[in-house]
Design a protein around this ligand. Structure first.
Ligand code: AMP
Length: 194
């Protein structure tokens, strides 16, 4: 079977991280969440964490120079041999191009881009719920507004970009976690059979 390279796309709060976590556990593939990696660096107060902090707290994207090399290093690790799940990367077309170029050099490609979407109010309510539960510093109302703006301007264009490459799959993320996961699993089953 070909290497499974799966990309999770969708606005903040849509629930893609939850779906990616479940799928990674089921498929026994690494779940690479750039947001989690940056949060870990922030917590450990590393040089990268200190550089990323101001962007994250403002709801803006960490510069591509820092993000792309981080992901390229990670996907080159031995545990990524059979495949991996990218959650939160790419976040703009430039990152998408960098990934495409790096994969081409290794004779690989993105298997599928899985796009999760829901009406804006659903997303805003979910983030408010997560803020109460997890207390993420970037889940404050002002930062959330900025993150959604950044999503619309920079990340949204990746949806047609992957569609043009014939690898886009769209999911209505309004349902329950279980229902959406069932749909996701059936898509992945088809992809694995291809
Ligand atoms: P997330 O947990 O995916 O919502 O990411 C939290 C924050 O980390 C984002 O608001 C960005 O500041 C930063 N971040 C995560 N992934 C990326 C990426 N691929 N490119 C740039 N910044 C990112």
């Amino acid at each position: 079977m070909a290497k499974l390279v799966l990309i999770f796309l969708g606005p903040p709060g849509v629930g893609k991280g939850t779906q990616a976590t479940k799928l990674a556990a089921d498929l026994k593939l690494p779940h690479i969440s750039t947001g989690d990696i940056f949060r870990d660096h922030l917590k450990r107060d590393t040089e990268l964490g200190r550089k990323a902090k101001e962007y994250m707290n403002a709801g803006r994207l960490v510069p591509d120079e820092l993000t792309v090399s981080l992901v390229m290093d990670r996907i080159g690790k031995p545990d990524c041999k059979a495949g991996y799940i990218l959650d939160g990367f790419p976040r703009n077309v430039k990152q998408g191009e960098a990934l495409e170029t790096a994969l081409k050099q290794r004779d690989e490609r993105v298997t599928a881009a899985l796009n999760f979407d829901a009406p804006r109010q659903v997303v805003v309510d979910r983030i408010a719920g997560r803020a109460r539960k997890e207390g993420r510093v970037d889940d404050t109302p002002a930062t959330v507004t900025k993150r959604l703006e950044v999503y619309d301007a920079e990340t949204g264009p990746l949806t047609p970009w992957y569609k043009a490459r014939g690898v886009l799959h769209e999911f209505d993320a309004q349902g329950t976690i279980e229902d959406i996961y069932e749909e996701l699993k059936s898509v992945v089953k088809r992809l694995k059979a291809e």
